[in-house]
Design a protein around this ligand. Structure first.
Ligand SMILES: C[S@@+](CC[C@H](N)C(=O)[O-])C[C@H]1O[C@@H](n2cnc3c(N)ncnc32)[C@H](O)[C@@H]1O
Length: 201
């Protein structure tokens, strides 16, 4: 699959959903804030929200790193970034149109990456997780988050979860290891999926 095909799929899926993205799940705010709080960010840190969409996590990430910190939100879908601007999220971080497969960032320039609802949409998840590892310093953190657990999401979509699911713990652990991350904690409850990983040196 070429990049163009990958991007077309993502744009076709998310462009029509951008305008009412936030209003579809209005109660998710506290869950995003709680997940962002688990990254262990300190004032002055630099953090990327990868696939930031409408930027729902950006205010919590800004609160964690303070005014002197750096908050970036990167997304492939212009309509999502436009919705982020309309929602005022540009006040919390710098919004960039970028592919997580090729980030315009130097090696080791970040302390942490937050990725909510991202990994299932990636065409080459291990390669993209390796690109996220490239831009994070050794010891930095990756949070893969979703405000609903795997089983509850599958039920909502009329599916059942299987062991070859990308986010099943053994598969995710192995993929993260191949991409330069060590899985540190894994939570898959009805109202929260959260995998925390640390960048290996
Ligand atoms: C399910 S949405 C989640 C948005 C936001 N993180 C949230 O939790 O509300 C996934 C987002 O990832 C973006 N995305 C998918 N593939 C991407 C890629 N390769 N690079 C950057 N963003 C991507 C989509 O455009 C979309 O905005």
């Amino acid at each position: 699959m070429t990049d163009d095909h990958t991007h077309t799929h993502v744009l076709d899926f998310f462009t029509p959903r951008a305008a009412d993205w936030d209003s579809r799940f209005p109660d998710d705010g506290p869950a995003y804030a709680a997940a962002a709080g688990l990254l262990g960010l300190r004032p002055g840190d630099a953090v990327l929200d990868a696939g930031c969409g409408t930027g729902r996590a950006l205010p919590a990430l800004r609160a964690a790193v303070g005014r002197e910190g750096t908050v970036l939100g990167a997304d492939l879908t212009p309509a999502m970034l436009e919705a982020a601007v309309r929602a005022g999220r540009g006040a919390s971080g710098t919004l960039v149109r970028a592919d997580v497969a090729r980030l315009p960032l130097r090696d080791g320039s970040l302390d942490a990456v937050f990725g909510a609802g991202l990994i299932s949409h990636l065409a080459r998840p291990e390669a993209d997780l390796a690109e996220l590892a490239r831009v994070v310093r050794p010891g930095g953190v990756l949070a893969l988050f979703h405000p609903i657990g795997r089983a509850a999401l599958a039920a909502r979509q009329g599916r059942t979860i299987t062991d070859d699911d990308l986010r099943a713990e053994p598969r995710l652990r192995e993929m993260l290891a191949g991409a330069g991350w060590r899985l540190e904690s894994y939570t898959d409850e009805d109202d929260r999926f959260l995998a925390l990983a640390v960048k290996q040196s």
